[in-house]
Design a protein around this ligand. Structure first.
Ligand code: ADP
Ligand code: MG
Length: 241
């Protein structure tokens, strides 16, 4: 079930199965990431279960984006080990979708065409079903009347919402978003959280959301994983902070 990438601790796989970690999709042990002389992550221990809602918080430079990259497999740690589940307990392949901090849209394409890049015929029964989802999601976020705009002409908030809809349209098991509300006000951030929550409750989608705005995410429900200068210093629910 796990795709082991172990640069240390060869017995981890054995321990995993022995400790009965059912439902874990990520297991990080003593993970460090070094960029030259900069330590972006230091000895991070973290496990995440399928269906969890996780907020990764911390000041700018604390290592949030680096942690997301480690989770999504974009970078491998320079120390420690990462295990990522490849399939769920039923043997179904686990698929994750990411919203990048630097929103990677196709600038010359319309917002609608950007969203349509997520169409996967193995996920939807028909184009029609996909289009319906696309319109519904766009309506919930209040952007359905602006889908013909070219991405390059869209403002930050609109781009952010399009990137999120595009990621959700892929119907991922894991939704990873880096500062998804940096261009949104509180009402829009709340709308977005409510929408993701529906996917979490209905489809069991795991949510991993990085934000430097700890005060904002404390208003939502989920586990807070707080980083300070690359170290994981708190993991738990906001009500205990
Ligand atoms: N590709 C990179 N090369 C060099 N340093 C990097 C790179 N990515 C991140 N860093 C550094 O690692 C630290 C953590 O960065 P980052 O994970 O982006 O933090 P955050 O997302 O919390 O703002 C920062 O000091 C940053 O400058
Ligand atoms: Mg960042």
């Amino acid at each position: 079930m796990f795709n082991a990438n172990t640069s240390s601790g060869q017995n981890l796989g054995k321990r995993l199965s022995m400790s009965g970690m059912r439902g874990n999709i990520y297991y990080l042990e003593d993970v460090s990431v070094q960029f030259g002389h900069i330590t972006a992550l230091k000895s991070v221990e973290l496990s995440i279960e399928q269906g969890e809602v996780i907020f990764i918080t911390g000041a700018s430079g604390a290592g949030k984006s680096t942690l997301l990259k480690v989770l999504s497999g974009e970078i491998e740690p320079t120390g420690g080990s990462v295990k990522r589940a490849e399939s769920d307990l039923k043997g179904k392949r686990i698929f994750s979708s990411r919203v990048f901090q630097e929103l990677r849209l196709m600038e010359r394409m319309s917002l609608e065409d950007n969203m349509k890049l997520s169409y996967d015929p193995t996920v939807y029964r028909s184009r029609n079903e996909f289009n319906q989802d696309m319109m519904e999601l766009s309506k919930v976020l209040g952007i359905d009347d602006r889908l013909q705009l070219k991405a390059r002409d869209a403002n930050g908030g609109l781009r952010q919402k399009v990137s999120i809809v595009r990621a959700l349209l892929a119907r991922p098991d894991i939704f990873i978003a880096d500062e998804p509300t940096s261009s949104l006000d509180f009402d829009n951030a709340r709308k977005l959280f409510d929408l993701l929550n529906i996917y979490n409750v209905k489809r069991g989608m795991t949510i991993i959301w990085a934000s430097h705005n700890g005060e904002l995410v404390k208003k939502f429900s989920g586990r807070i994983v707080h980083l300070d200068k690359g170290r994981l210093v708190y993991s738990g629910h906001a009500c205990f902070i």
